[in-house]
Design a protein around this ligand. Structure first.
Ligand code: MG
Length: 233
């Protein structure tokens, strides 16, 4: 009993001395799993399109946003207001998933000084099915915190998360962010808002690292391309 108590005390002390220093952030679609989700669009001019993947989705939305003079980070809401019928219902489920094991093998490690997030741009009630899917592939969903940005900037969301852990020296306690993502648009946004953002320099600890792991699909063969952002000294 005494031993148990000592272990328990030791555990509490460790918790206080070594709080979370690493955020591990995983996109879902085409990062954790490949799915067969499609987006069906009907434009106000009557034209119809089926967008079969992220690239087709971004290409269509960028073109439509340019045509309509929309400058939002994510044009979906503004286009819907203009009468575009955009059917995203495939993204409220996890449709015909194929696990991307090169990423899920990393996800299931759960290092003790880290917190693990799923950050998806999906809208609506998508988080329940994503957590159910994690359980299906043997990942404890209680270890994973889900965030749906609903199309908002992931870079802004991550910058905000870093700013929420400020210590007495005025610096964030988050010294490492590992970000797993397939979308170059999101990666560019995170580089801009987290790596190159002068507003964050004041609160970044001196050893701050952002490590982006870009998931690349070569006809069903997945690779990771590592992009680093370290302090310039
Ligand atoms: Mg994705």
């Amino acid at each position: 009993m005494k031993l148990l108590l000592e272990n328990w005390r030791k555990y509490i002390n460790e918790e206080m001395e070594e709080p979370i220093t690493t955020l591990r952030i995983f996109d879902f679609d085409e990062t954790i799993a490949h799915t067969r989700s499609e987006t069906r669009v009907k434009a106000p001019d009557g034209s119809e399109a089926t967008l079969r993947d992220q690239q087709e989705f971004e290409a269509y939305m960028n073109a439509a946003a340019a045509k309509e003079g929309i400058e939002a980070f994510d044009a979906v809401d503004a286009l819907m207001e203009l009468g575009y019928d955009i059917d995203l219902s495939d993204f409220s489920i996890v449709k015909d998933p194929e696990e991307i094991t090169i990423i899920t093998d990393i996800m299931r490690e759960f290092p003790p000084d880290s917190k693990t997030y799923i950050m998806t741009a999906r809208r609506g009630k998508s988080l329940g099915p994503i957590l159910d899917y994690l359980e299906e592939i043997g990942i404890d969903s209680n270890e994973v915190r889900p965030i749906a940005t609903q199309g908002d900037s992931k870079g802004n969301t991550i910058a905000h998360m870093i700013g929420q852990k400020i210590m007495s020296d005025g610096k964030s306690n988050i010294s490492r962010v590992e970000y797993y993502e397939d979308s170059q648009k999101n990666i560019d946004d995170v580089l801009r808002k987290v790596c190159e953002n002068p507003d964050l320099d004041e609160i970044k600890p001196i050893d701050f690292e952002l490590i982006i792991n870009k998931v690349i699909n070569n006809e069903g063969q997945y690779n990771i391309h590592r992009i680093e952002c370290s302090p310039p000294n």
